[in-house]
Design a protein around this ligand. Structure first.
Ligand SMILES: [Zn+2]
Length: 462
């Protein structure tokens, strides 16, 4: 069994006290010990000198749409609904080749920002365009981080009062069959799992109540988690009130969609009683501050949610509404949003680190396995170099990581004890090729969308 010893490192384990100069002992894919001082002598071990570095749990991304890597920079000044209406017509043109290139680049970019586990919410499956879910799963295997794809869906097109055009929605029966098939084919419930599938109808304004209840029944029968967008904008709240006479969280409660197996993306426009319902039921949420800022959607009540005991993780959201957003940067963005709105004590650097790690693990139902550095947990470890020439004027490495607008160099990212990133470079795949394939995916999608009549630059109608 391979042994890795990381030493002379400042450890921020998230659970338990920080260790200013200590070691982490990894055997196989697990952490077996950590503590102050030097590592024990283990013959044949790989030693990583962490002098001048901060070790944290690998970051956990709990909301994304990887395919959107191929549709960045469009509808730049639009509201969520305007942006969606513009982009549905682009996404209708995607195929498996676009998804493979986009997902590879998106996941590589995440790994370079210290992310060791990512979910993805893929909800557009145009007919006859190849196996889009298989394409992103293959990309995740190549990059080597843990992957939680959520099989998304939309069944309520414009002709049924929904927002998306009918061309991008699927039939309810087809969705349930394809989702069950995805769980059966890919979901691995084991402790060390690098692949777990969730069930994820898209949003209240693009799916039917029947799909929501059937999806919940399916997920619960198979023991997998549920995910959807919720309370992202006030437009959504108006839509829900007009169509079903309920605010979004009340609607979810009526559909059986609050519970410890559910996490929502965004959850911005919540009342006190909504927050209490999340806390009471163990319902999680993925805070995506850059995307929320980009779309002018609002600022989630994260500090209040934490104060009342609700689960909060972080997400970068799809790259089309959060271009080139790093997961490490979302800690800072979350902290600044809360402080700008609620004052300087609203969220500490360590709370920001906690939601980026343990909060995310709880969203994904994996707090026993990842999200903190503890003996027995999986060895998903980010090692940040916090002693650079300019950074040397800051003595608290967690402050360096969270407060700085430039990410400190990522000396190492271990996923299950295996090196995925070393010195800011992917070691599992050819980094430049991966990035270029993302660009190719963008150009391919724009060409395919152009053939359907989409014209970039004219995407938002006035
Ligand atoms: Zn989203």
């Amino acid at each position: 069994m391979s042994v890795v010893l990381m030493e002379n490192v400042h450890i921020a384990p998230v659970v338990g006290p920080e260790i200013p100069s200590g070691h982490i002992h990894v055997e196989g894919d697990r952490i077996v010990a950590l503590g102050p001082g030097p590592a024990p002598a283990v013959p044949g071990a790989t030693r990583i000198d962490g002098t001048g570095c901060l070790a944290t749990p690998g970051l956990v991304n709990t909301h994304h749409h990887l395919y959107q890597w191929a549709s960045q920079g469009l509808a730049q000044d639009a509201t969520l609904f305007e942006w969606l209406v513009a982009l549905y017509q682009v996404w209708a043109a995607m195929d498996a080749e676009v998804v493979k290139g986009a997902a590879g680049a998106g996941l590589g970019y995440l790994a370079l920002s210290g992310c060791s586990t990512s979910s993805d919410h893929h909800y557009v499956f145009p007919k006859g365009r190849g196996d889009l879910l298989a394409a992103e799963i293959e990309a995740a295997r190549d990059v080597g981080i843990r992957f939680h794809p959520a099989r998304g869906s939309m069944d309520r097109g414009a002709s049924q009062g929904g927002l998306p055009p009918d061309v991008v929605v699927e039939r309810l029966d087809d969705i349930l069959a394809a989702t069950a098939e995805a769980v059966d084919a890919y979901h691995d419930p084991s402790f060390s799992s690098k692949l777990r599938v969730a069930v994820a109808p898209c949003s209240p304004f693009s799916v039917s109540a029947d799909l929501m209840t059937e999806a919940a029944a399916l997920a619960r029968s198979k023991g997998v988690r549920l995910h959807t967008h919720l309370a992202e904008t006030l437009d959504e709240e108006e839509h829900c009130l007009a169509q079903v006479g309920l605010r979004p969280v009340d609607y979810m409660e009526e559909l059986g969609w609050l519970g410890p197996d559910v996490w929502f993306a965004h959850a911005i426009h919540l009342s006190d009683s909504d927050i209490d319902a999340f806390a009471r039921t163990g319902t999680g949420s993925a805070h995506c501050p850059s995307s929320n800022g980009r779309l002018g959607a609002g600022i989630a009540r994260v500090s209040e949610m934490l104060r009342r005991g609700a689960i909060v993780g972080l997400g970068v959201d799809g790259s089309a509404s959060a271009e080139l957003t790093s997961l490490s940067g979302e800690m800072r963005q979350a902290l600044l949003f809360q402080r700008a709105r609620y004052g300087p004590a609203a969220l500490t650097a360590r709370q920001a680190l906690e939601i980026a790690t343990l909060g995310g693990a709880r969203n994904l139902g994996r707090e026993e396995e990842i999200g903190s550095l503890e003996p027995g947990k999986l060895a998903d470890i980010a090692l940040w170099r916090t002693d650079g020439a300019f950074a040397s004027a800051v003595t608290d490495p967690v402050c360096t990581l969270v407060f700085g607008s430039r990410q400190p160099p990522l000396a190492r990212l271990l996923v299950g004890g295996e090196t995925v990133v070393e010195d800011d470079e992917l070691r599992t795949v050819a980094q430049d090729e991966l990035g270029r394939a993302g660009g190719e995916a963008h150009r391919r999608l724009m060409r395919l969308a152009g053939e359907r009549g989409f014209a970039a630059g004219k995407e938002v109608r006035s």
